[in-house]
Write a protein of this length. Structure first.
Length: 153
């Protein structure tokens, strides 16, 4: 199964480069360390030392990736101060950062199905307890199979 392309996309003769939304997205979050940091912030971790510890990244790598995520508007920093210590900053998701949740959940879902079957945390619906999966849905609310997708430009 491949995505069907229509319009200009069906007639392309060169790589789309930065006109491609996948390319543009990967330039922002296309590395393991960025996704691990985002995972931890989604799990509620906000402090630098905790992010380093829970991701296993070095302080230098974590600092560089966090700066990139801040620069791209996925995270924001808010000050906090523990009594007797200097002011530090917590990392908090922005709306743009929160919009990446389906991407992270889709990666986790794929990993549970193809890399490490039946391992790892699974998201559940708080109201009924059922497992949640990432699926395709059109703007009209219809569930869409992969065979019914096309991309038009």
């Amino acid at each position: 199964m491949a995505l069907r392309l229509t319009g200009r996309l069906a007639r392309r003769t060169a790589a789309p480069g930065d006109r491609c939304p996948i390319d543009r997205t990967l330039r922002v979050v296309g590395n393991r360390s960025a996704f691990l940091l985002l995972r931890e912030v989604f799990y509620g971790t906000t402090r630098f030392d905790d992010l380093v510890r829970l991701t296993g990244l070095s302080e230098a790598v974590a600092a560089k990736r966090l700066k990139e995520l801040l620069d791209h508007g996925l995270l924001t920093r808010t000050p906090y101060r523990v009594e007797g210590q200097r002011t530090r900053h917590e990392y908090v998701l922005t709306d743009a950062g929160r919009d990446l949740l389906p991407v992270l959940l889709a990666l986790a879902q794929w990993g549970r199905e193809h890399v490490a079957p039946r391992t790892g945390p699974v998201p559940h619906h708080e109201d009924c307890g059922a497992e949640v999966s990432v699926t395709f849905c059109c703007a009209q609310g219809h569930h869409v199979s992969q065979d019914d997708l096309y991309i038009h430009a």
